[in-house]
Design a protein around this ligand. Structure first.
Ligand code: PMV
Length: 325
């Protein structure tokens, strides 16, 4: 049995603007997905998940990963998945699955582990299952862990590699988190509503076509992300919180927040340094940067959300157990 785990993520700044080539910043969180992989006997005809045959319409990431990495005709495998990451909530559960399975299959094939390659395969799996549209934000954060900045140009010492997909290019950077940032908590508030990333991204595009002035909000998010990166490097948590608050206003302006998210954001701000929606919006989760995580979590719960005080900047994908039979 081979056991691999990979973390979820939350976007601190820059969602939606990243679709228009601007930077975005994400951190890994201590909610993990774990995948167990076992080789089946030579008599087995199918790859199995939780005792059932794997079919592409039910498990596109796993089906494609097997074809891409393991080879369709190779020895059959059995998979079991357990996850702490809520699905369709903007916390990167499908990327964690893509990353964990890529790492697992590459390990099982005895190939050299190269994290750039793992994140590249996982990004492609994500894009293929989302009709070609996916930034490498989630897959690179889940692979490397820590704090990841996606930008459209190389920004000096923190640069890791470039990633190209369907004529789009991203520069991936990895940031050390300043101790001051590590000392505050991120409190996640889940509305329990599922937002569709694809629909929300399309909605922003439509509104921008109808009202070109909204590009000012996208540009403002770009400027705020730059301020946020600076604040993270300096360990300036107050500025980071203020920048998150402003970022949320611009996300509201482009139409991706909703009453439930706004309610949780307002409630959290009573005790937090800053709060905003995270991910695509339209439901899903918000995050609050807080020095009083217990109070912030309580305020989120009182406003109707499910709260989670997370550790962030955690380790990326890792082999938990490599007892391969
Ligand atoms: O909700 P998530 O975790 O899928 O995040 C979406 C982030 C967007 O910027 C809205 C889309 C993207 O591809 O970056």
């Amino acid at each position: 049995m081979l056991k691999v785990s990979a973390p979820g993520k939350c976007i601190l700044l820059g969602e939606h603007a990243v679709v228009y080539g601007h930077p975005a910043l994400a951190v890994s969180i201590d909610m993990r997905l774990e995948i167990n992989i076992k080789k089946l006997s030579s008599k087995s005809e199918y790859h199995m998940i939780e005792g059932k045959e794997i079919k592409r319409n039910h498990h596109p990431h796993i089906f494609d990963a097997i074809n891409e990495i393991w080879g369709a005709d190779s020895q059959k495998l059995a998979f079991e998945i357990s996850s702490e990451i809520p699905t369709s909530a903007g916390l990167g559960s499908s990327a964690a699955l893509s990353v964990a399975i890529s790492m697992g299959l590459v390990t099982l094939k005895n190939e050299k582990i190269d994290l750039e390659k793992i994140s590249s395969i996982a990004h492609k799996l994500e894009a293929d299952s989302q009709g070609g549209l996916a930034s490498p934000m989630d897959s690179s954060t889940s692979t490397h862990g820590g704090c990841i900045l996606l930008a459209n140009e190389k920004l000096g010492k923190n640069w890791l590699y470039s990633r190209t997909l369907n004529n789009k290019k991203w520069e991936i950077h990895s940031f050390e988190l300043h101790q001051n940032i590590k000392d505050v908590a991120i409190v996640i508030g889940n509305t329990g509503i599922h937002g569709s990333t694809g629909d929300l991204v399309k909605g922003v595009k439509k509104r921008l076509e109808e009202n070109p002035k909204l590009i000012q909000d996208i540009e403002a998010i770009n400027a705020l992300t730059a301020l946020g990166v600076n604040a993270i490097e300096q360990g300036d948590v107050e500025t980071l919180g203020a920048v998150m608050n402003l970022n949320h206003t611009h996300l509201q302006n482009i139409g991706v927040s909703c009453k439930e998210l706004d309610d949780l954001v307002s409630a959290a701000r009573e005790t937090a340094l800053g709060a905003k929606l995270t991910g695509a919006g339209g439901g899903g989760c918000m995050i609050a940067l807080s020095k009083n995580p217990k109070q912030t979590a309580r305020d989120i719960e009182l406003a109707g959300g499910r709260s989670y005080i997370c550790k962030f900047g955690v380790e990326g994908v890792k082999i938990e157990d490599s007892m391969i039979d």
